[in-house]
Design a binder for this molecule. Structure first.
Ligand code: GDP
Ligand code: MG
Length: 325
């Protein structure tokens, strides 16, 4: 009985949000779980977070599985912590068979920072289908923003269309490749080229760095970058030792400066919000469609279509009348 009361209070988004604002990490972790699950609690969290946000800056790291994103992220955390900067990390994992085991690996690797109060690390998996993540990820980022994390790092696997889209939603997107990337078939190359603000050639301790740099330069030459726009720099790193990480971070800061002063950051954020809003509306309509496609009316329209007294389009029109669409 008492246990029930406690767990109910523990799941109350308002209470959790207030605690998270005061630095309670368990409350923050619970809020992120609620966001992951979607539903009413997630909406409440969104309403609480949104007015408090707008201060943090998001850096996305994406690339093929095994490229060294988590290792690199860990080194970046170390670099930021050496300057007393606080950071939150969201590792987004599509729970595919390829990366199913990676969450544990990420945790182990990032464990160096597990007890540091200036660092908050969270893996986020998809429940069900990927579409849910395209709404859950920005909501999670807004929550981290609302509780005052000025730097939010987001690690995503750059394999499929949706993952690449999510990766492209960061303010600065870092695409991580390895020497010999030209031979790799795992990454969505065209998609990654499109979203890259910065290229990292990680595992620069291996041979083939120069060839990979040449390949990337050539691809950049062929792409139609707007005149005088930012040309994505190429930075070699060794994630495991942290070599090249300060140089990478300098470039991240330069990019931030560039898109802030050029107005590109505002344009990107506006575009993202518009897309998200559209997606929310689409999800709501989808939900509504599931709700109205049941019951007597639905059955009789179905019978009409099966009996060929009604065509499917007219039947759909009839159903949509119910929602005034
Ligand atoms: N040789 C070498 N190995 C690295 C480097 N960075 C990461 N690795 C290793 O590459 C493997 C995959 O790294 P991980 O960070 O999990 O990749 P992720 O899947 O992109 O997050 C691990 O065994 C790392 O230790 C590097 O710069 N050089
Ligand atoms: Mg990883």
């Amino acid at each position: 009985m008492t246990g029930d009361l406690v767990s109910r209070r523990d799941r109350n988004p308002e209470t959790l949000f207030a605690s998270a604002l005061e630095g309670d990490r368990t409350a923050l972790a619970r809020l992120l779980s609620l966001i992951e699950q979607g539903g009413d609690a997630a909406r409440t969290i969104g309403r609480l977070s949104y007015p408090r946000g707008g201060n943090s800056y998001t850096v996305g790291l994406t690339g093929a599985p095994g490229a060294g994103k988590s290792t690199l992220t860990s080194s970046i955390i170390g670099h930021l912590r050496s300057q007393q900067l606080e950071v939150a990390v969201l590792a987004i994992d599509p729970s595919s068979p390829f990366t199913g085991g990676a969450i544990l690996g990420d945790r182990v690797r990032m464990q160096d920072h597990a007890t540091d109060p200036g660092v908050f690390i969270r893996s986020m998996a998809t429940r069900g289908h990927l579409g849910g993540l395209s709404l859950a990820a920005p909501e999670a980022i807004r929550l981290l923003d609302a509780i005052g994390r000025l730097w939010v790092l987001v690690e995503t696997v750059g394999v499929g269309q949706v993952e690449v889209e999510i990766a492209g939603k960061a303010d600065t997107t870092v695409v991580v490749v390895n020497p010999g990337w030209g031979d790799s078939v795992q990454a969505n190359k065209a998609g990654l080229m499109e979203i890259a603000d910065i290229f990292v050639i990680n595992k620069a301790d291996r041979k083939g760095v120069d060839e990979t740099r040449r390949d990337l330069e050539q691809m950049l030459d062929l792409s139609d970058l707007p005149h005088e726009a930012w040309r994505p720099p190429i930075v070699p790193t060794i994630g495991s030792t942290g070599e090249g990480v300060p140089a990478l971070w300098d470039v991240v800061k330069q990019h931030r400066e560039f898109i802030t002063t050029s107005g590109e950051l505002d344009r990107r954020r506006r575009f993202r919000l518009r897309e998200e809003l559209r997606e929310i509306v689409a999800r709501r309509l989808e939900q509504r469609a599931r709700e109205i496609c049941t019951g007597e009316r639905w059955d009789s329209l179905q019978d009409g279509v099966i009996g060929r007294t009604l065509d499917p389009w007219s039947a759909a029109d009839e159903m949509l009348k119910a929602v005034g669409a």
